[in-house]
Design a protein around this ligand. Structure first.
Ligand SMILES: Cc1cc2nc3c(=O)[nH]c(=O)nc-3n(C[C@H](O)[C@H](O)[C@H](O)COP(=O)(O)O)c2cc1C
Length: 440
């Protein structure tokens, strides 16, 4: 059997998970509300029908307010805002599926480790071992302001804190030995106290007595997912992650990213095959390439440039509102953000204006973009997979939930016909589905 690709979909508990304009599409949310169980049940069932590995929930506590120093554009255009709690969706979706796994984003900067260790242990029980944790440390000042902080911790301190966070969580998840629960009706003994341990962690950032209030769960600990790309982020990933999520526009970019990760894994004493990399991918379907590209243009037309620029300003931490909208970026003389403008030009071409860049950015069109009919999409996915491995994190496109159904109904069978994608699930918990039976 040829190597099998992994597939996940990234989405959020929000009206516009990626493309800001998605809720405006006439076919979006027909019969569904993004914040009601029926929508999430439908998505989960669809992805399981398509044998997807994972539904991945991005999340932040952020409200973009860098553009014009105000949150008004984010509120006006629904810019990754509102966003409801994503963890509560997991039991809803796991009840209507048996194999689909779930990735949940949770931040190490604002909650004590005990809280998240308990949440993920509970979700591991409720899903029978189908939960992954996307470990993020937060990047936004507006997020910090919601938790009583003046600013985010600096980059190095954020990762240092996240490192200790993982240490505490791992101690808590191991605080119950696997056979600690006895439940002997005869003697009335529920658990063996000699097999449930205090952790008594005292560190730079945290103190925690333990044990966790949840006994050992099906996976023992959630499958760890991580997306950082800086030197610290890559080193963190190399120590902890099992799924790495990365955004690269070309196969060459993917290969050099993978090489950098593999070097970090070797330095951490881990093998390359201990981490699956999922590449961010936007696949736009049409009858042919031209109609798929027209579909992308229509997607961009539903994004107000200012909305995209608010998002971009938030991510860059730089207010782009002072720059002219309709002049090619190439001709804008400005220090400070020149490097950023150059990278936008290198992605979108020399004629790109700030307004164009805003529309594109607001569509969430980061990473690799491919266009065409189902056969052409499968060709391109197969080629990228053969060069860069391990699989793809599919960004949602223009309307929801229907564009996910479209991919599952039209592209998945093409991939399966070629033998590069499973037709049935592997047994076991999430870690075993990814790495094989018995994976610990
Ligand atoms: C593809 C991708 C998805 C991400 N999803 C989230 C998210 O849902 N929530 C969040 O707070 N940060 C998210 N991030 C931000 C990362 O967790 C991280 O903070 C960022 O990449 C900066 O890390 P670095 O400085 O190590 O590169 C994401 C990053 C990437 C590249």
């Amino acid at each position: 059997m040829p190597p099998q690709m992994h597939l996940a979909t990234i989405i959020a508990h929000a009206p516009a998970p990626h493309s800001i304009g998605v809720w405006r599409h006439p076919k979006s949310f027909n019969g569904f509300r993004y914040n009601k169980p029926q929508y999430w049940e439908h998505l989960a069932r669809t992805l399981e029908r398509g044998c997807f590995d994972m539904l991945f929930l991005a999340d932040t506590f952020n409200l973009h307010d860098v553009y014009k120093g105000s949150p008004s554009m984010a509120i006006k255009y629904g810019l990754q805002f509102p966003r409801s709690d994503a963890s509560l969706l997991i039991p809803i979706m796991s009840r209507v599926t048996t194999n689909l796994c779930f990735g949940l984003t949770a931040n190490t900067s604002y909650m004590e480790p005990y809280y998240l260790a308990r949440l993920f242990a509970t979700l591991d029980d409720l899903t029978d071992g189908r939960i992954g944790w996307n470990v993020v440390a937060g990047f936004s000042r507006s997020e910090a302001a919601n938790f009583g902080r003046d600013d985010v911790l600096d980059h190095k301190a954020r990762y240092e804190r996240a490192e200790e966070y993982m240490e505490v969580c791992n101690k808590l998840w191991n605080s119950w030995e696997p056979d600690a629960v006895v439940m002997d009706r005869e003697t009335g003994v529920f658990a063996d106290p000699d097999k449930v341990h205090r952790i008594n962690h005292v560190g730079k950032y945290f103190r925690c007595a333990g044990p966790l209030s949840v006994p050992r769960t099906p996976q023992g600990r959630p499958t760890i997912i991580q997306a950082g790309a800086s030197a610290e982020g890559t080193a963190f990933a190399a120590r902890h992650t099992e799924i790495h999520f990365a955004v690269r526009a070309s196969v060459d970019g993917m290969k050099s990213h993978r090489a950098r990760l593999d070097a970090a894994l070797a330095a951490a004493g881990r093998k390359p095959e201990s981490v699956k990399v999922l590449w961010g991918l936007t696949a736009i379907l049409g009858d042919d390439e031209a109609s798929a590209r027209a579909r992308e243009q229509a997607m961009m037309a539903r994004v107000a440039p200012e909305a995209g620029l608010s998002l971009m300003s938030g991510h860059l931490g730089y207010d782009l509102s002072s720059l002219p909208m309709d002049k090619p970026l190439e001709n804008i003389a400005i220090s400070g953000v020149r490097g950023i403008l150059d990278s936008v030009i290198s992605d979108f071409g020399p004629e790109v204006t700030l307004a164009d860049a805003g529309r594109r950015y607001g569509c969430g069109l980061a990473g690799m973009r491919i266009f065409g009919n189902p056969r052409q999409i499968a060709d391109q996915m197969e080629a990228a997979f053969a060069e860069a491995g391990d699989g793809f994190m599919m960004l949602t496109t223009d309307y929801l939930p229907g564009s996910v159904d479209e991919f599952v109904d039209l592209v998945v069978p093409e991939l399966q016909k070629r033998g590069v994608f499973r037709t049935q699930y592997e047994p076991g918990v999430m870690r075993e589905k990814l790495f094989g039976a018995g994976a610990q």
